[in-house]
Design a binder for this molecule. Structure first.
Ligand code: ARG
Length: 463
């Protein structure tokens, strides 16, 4: 059976079947069909407005396009490899439905500006979904934070106990990262939301088209100023994958902490059955597969970013078929980041419990109040560096004696420095140590409460 020819009569034969498969994008760009039809509807309407085709033709085209979409949604239209891509598939089906008028749709347009339009319409919708998901993720974090302002947690640097923190402060750090992600995507939305439609193959068109009309019809914020740039720019997709990579970095860091916190060694959280998995051989095990998968999926989003950067770097202007490779990277990047945000929001919202008693007692077991001893002396006039060295010695002798700072007697304190008085005990109690860090953006309870209120306000103002 010979394949139908896609191209003009310049071509004598159809593509070799294996080459047709290699060349086709229909297997994945069918995901754009809704946007392809939306773009074609606007284009048809513009062709009518400008008198390039008749009003009757516009109506026929729009009805036909509507039917193609319905057929697709009903599962009755499933184009195969011979259609090559979604753009040809829709146009061919349209022409089957409405007859020769269907052949007028591609007047003053190229698949190059068409595919650019489709991918922008798709991505801008996905960006809004990701932004809404970020808001939900933040809300879950903020809710936990509100409940745990006064729950303490050891704070770490170099994964060594450093200074105790409010658990809320720790969680709010992630809410702030998500806030930047949300804002960043807002900026990227604006640069994605620009219409390339009407740029034609590369040079514009001889027809008296109205690019502002289609841009407005499709809700774009403006039009590309240069037709070559319009058809060959994928900066917006790279920016999106960069923002998606950063979201994944944030989710992956949180995942790593949740995995640690759920271990016997930390025991800061308990995973609930609805979000943990078992082992096929060790019946006692409860595994944190969800955060592990999120951490693991991070790499593929970075990979898509790298793939697109590499795809673009040597491309001469304007369109090259290489650009067909943008889609799978974008689609998988979108799906991965959306799936991970959903899973992490569920995990945090309903899949774990903070072990409050354990968290509050954990901060009692170490020397993470040592800085506060130095601060105590510094506040009484001892130069900080001198106080720091003194406290180093105290930690050393206490460790040797198997004691914590709170176990030292007043005599022992005063032997170290005469400025120590009984208020040293209150000053180094973990709760006080946290409360006292009341500098802007610090972990002091007052600061944390204010930070929660401020972010909530910010989220409300810009939703
Ligand atoms: N399937 C193509 C793509 O995804 C559509 C544009 C084809 N343009 C062309 N000049 N061959 O990029």
């Amino acid at each position: 059976m010979t394949q139908p020819k896609t191209w003009s009569d310049r071509f004598e034969t159809a593509l070799h079947p294996a080459i047709a498969r290699f060349n086709a994008s229909i297997g994945f760009d069918i995901a754009l069909i809704e946007y392809d039809i939306q773009g074609s509807m606007a284009h048809a309407q513009m062709l009518g407005q400008t008198g390039i085709i008749s009003a009757a033709d516009v109506q026929t085209l729009q009805q036909g396009l509507g039917q193609v979409l319905e057929e697709y949604q009903a599962g009755q239209f499933t184009p195969g490899i011979d259609a090559e891509d979604v753009h040809f598939a829709v146009e061919r089906r349209l022409t089957e439905i409405v007859g020769d008028v269907g052949k007028k749709l591609h007047t003053a347009r190229s698949r190059n500006d068409q595919v650019g339009t489709d991918i922008r319409l798709y991505l801008r919708a996905q960006i809004q979904t990701v932004r809404a998901q970020l808001r939900q993720f933040q809300t879950v974090l903020v809710n936990h934070a509100e409940a745990h302002v006064e729950t303490l947690i050891p704070g770490y640097t170099h994964l060594q106990r450093a200074q105790p923190l409010s658990l809320a402060h720790h969680l709010m750090a992630y809410a702030q990262m998500a806030e930047r992600d949300w804002q960043r995507l807002g900026e990227i939305y604006n640069r994605t939301n620009v219409s390339p439609l009407g740029a034609g193959a590369l040079a514009g068109t001889t027809f008296p088209i109205d690019r502002q009309f289609t841009a407005q019809e499709l809700g774009f914020g403006g039009i590309y100023a240069n037709s070559l740039d319009a058809v060959s720019d994928r900066d917006f997709a790279i920016e999106f994958l960069c923002a998606a990579s950063l979201i994944m970095v944030h989710l992956s860091r949180l995942s790593e902490e949740l995995i640690l916190w759920g271990s016997k060694e930390f025991s800061f959280i308990r995973l609930k059955d609805n979000c943990s998995t078992g082992s096929s051989i060790m019946p006692q095990k409860k595994n944190p597969d969800i955060p592990e998968l999120v951490r693991g999926k991070t790499g593929r989003v970075f990979g898509h970013l790298q793939a697109l950067l590499t795809l673009m770097k040597g491309l001469p202007l304007a369109y090259n078929k290489d650009l067909q490779e943008d889609k799978e990277a974008i689609f998988d990047g979108v799906q991965t980041v959306q799936a991970c945000l959903e899973a992490m929001t569920i995990l945090l919202g309903e899949g774990l419990e903070f072990q409050t008693d354990r968290l509050n007692s954990a901060v009692d077991e170490d020397f993470s109040n040592a800085t506060d001893v130095a601060d105590y002396l510094a506040a009484k006039g001892v130069p900080f560096r001198e106080a720091y060295n003194l406290v180093g010695k105290v930690v050393k002798t206490s460790l040797a004696a198997g004691k914590l700072l709170k176990d030292l007697t007043l005599e022992e304190w005063q032997a170290i420095h005469p400025k120590f008085e009984t208020d040293i005990y209150a000053a180094i109690a973990p709760r006080q140590v946290v409360a006292a860090r009341n500098s802007a953006g610090g972990t002091g309870f007052e600061q944390v409460r204010a930070a929660i209120a401020a972010l909530k306000q910010q989220m409300e103002n810009a939703s």
